[in-house]
Design a protein. Structure first.
Length: 253
């Protein structure tokens, strides 16, 4: 992988975007390297994954120079879809550790993760409107579902960047930490999650994500199904038994 640094520690994959001279702009090489990184993480049977950026930015967005030269047929048939689809099907939690700017596709990359931790220097926004285009990888959809129509409309139509603290107040970031503590905090959260049953984490992640994709009754039906599966699983039985016996559970997954 030319544009991604991949490492695993304590069953946690750390995936670092490595185009610092281009503010980690998303070109097709980086897209495919990220796909490969998630493939490796799956083979390595990690419990959690962290995405961050090397240098001053998380990701400034799509590589505009590359994008303007791509024929419409290629953009329509492929574009960055391999990455979004790979992240959608990745069953383990993904934490975005956002350092510096997360703009356009970079913001959409962060929102495609399951949780966002921001450094106090981070900035978020959808500046595509300034280029005469619109967001194309979730900026009008995930953003609206997270912060509501009116605030999302403002950010999409003005291209305004917001601070880490404003992102926190809007419910985009779950916490804001000093830049030097960003990776440590992401690792702390990942390790906390990793102490739980891996199978239960997968079922819970699927159920929470369905809350955004379905109407209430469909979501409740999936939640109930996943609850029954978790109760009858080895880890479910072990967890309930260890609770009764007042000891730590010994998870199988």
């Amino acid at each position: 992988m030319e544009t991604v640094i991949y490492e695993v520690t304590d069953k946690i994959a750390i995936i670092t975007l490595n185009r610092p001279d281009k503010l980690n702009a998303l070109n097709m090489r980086l897209v495919w390297d990220l796909v490969e990184a998630f493939n490796r993480a799956e083979k390595d049977e990690v419990k959690t994954a962290i995405i961050t950026g090397k240098g001053k930015a998380f990701s400034a967005g799509a590589d505009v120079k590359e994008m303007i030269e791509m024929p419409i047929e290629q953009i329509t048939r492929e574009g960055h879809m391999p990455l979004w689809e790979r992240m959608r099907t990745f069953k383990k939690p993904i934490i975005a550790a956002v350092n510096g700017i997360a703009g356009g596709g970079g913001f959409e990359l962060a929102m495609a993760c399951d949780m966002i931790i921001a450094s106090d220097t981070a900035k978020f926004g959808q500046p595509e409107i300034n280029l005469g285009i619109i967001p194309g990888a979730g900026g009008t959809q995930r953003l609206t579902r997270t912060i509501g129509k009116y605030r999302a409309m403002e950010l999409v139509l003005t291209g305004r960047l917001i601070s880490a603290w404003e992102a926190f107040k809007l419910g985009l970031a779950i916490r804001v930490v000093p830049e030097e503590a960003l990776i440590d905090e992401a690792l702390r959260l990942a390790k906390e999650i990793s102490t739980k049953s891996g199978f239960a984490i997968e079922l819970a992640k699927e159920a929470v994500n369905k809350a955004l994709d379905t109407h209430l009754q469909q979501g409740l039906d999936l939640e109930r199904r996943n609850f029954y599966v978790s109760v009858m699983s080895e880890d479910g039985k072990e967890g309930m038994k260890s609770f009764i016996e007042k000891r730590k559970p010994n998870w199988k997954t």
